[in-house]
Write a protein of this length. Structure first.
Length: 189
């Protein structure tokens, strides 16, 4: 169980990693931002690497838990894709800094955490690919190249945090409605 102080350290680190990049942030920078001595950080965490692992795996596990629930459901492909889009939006709005770290700094994870992250990411992409493929097979989705469709969908969702950081005055429901419409139906009337 994480203490409130540890949560504060992790959230502050995520913000700093997003702003400066993982490599550019030192433990001293983190401590200064928290208003404590660097040596005090080690009462709560073992290393900067531990913080990065927590941030990235937290987000990856959120995505994995969601798709593990949605994937086997006996609902239409459209409903599954809507749920996936909405989950990405919710995570982006609630954990913008964490998502930025996952996208930008995952390669700095230690070997064990990197392997765990890549396993989660690959399994997630596999399930989304399967959902898209099934939708095309059932003629519920347009028959387009599966890999291009997967790329278009996931790259937009993964980088939503960049847009949202500059446009955070939008209502969550408006983002869900419009982004779901654009990604799943396109913009042509």
């Amino acid at each position: 169980m994480k203490t409130e102080r540890k949560k504060e350290i992790i959230h502050t680190a995520a913000r700093l990693f997003k702003e400066k990049g993982y490599n550019a942030v030192s433990m001293r920078d983190l401590a200064e931002s928290l208003g404590i001595k660097a040596s005090s950080l080690y009462n709560h965490i073992a290393s900067k690497q531990e913080i990065l692992g927590y941030i990235i795996l937290d987000v990856a596990e959120n995505f994995t838990e969601h798709i593990t629930r949605v994937f086997p459901q006996e609902i239409s492909t459209t409903k599954k894709l809507e749920a996936i889009v909405e989950n990405h939006i919710e995570i982006t709005l609630k954990k913008t800094d964490f998502l930025a770290c996952m996208n930008n700094d995952w390669m700095h994870l230690d070997k064990a955490n990197k392997q765990q992250y890549l396993t989660l990411r690959n399994a997630y992409e596999f399930k989304v690919r399967e959902i898209l493929g099934e939708g095309m097979k059932q003629n519920e989705l347009k028959s387009t190249d599966l890999e291009i469709t997967l790329f278009s969908l996931l790259s937009t969702l993964r980088t939503l945090y960049l847009w949202y950081s500059k446009n955070n005055n939008f209502n969550e429901e408006k983002i869900k409605q419009d982004l779901r419409q654009i990604l799943l139906s396109g913009v042509i009337k």
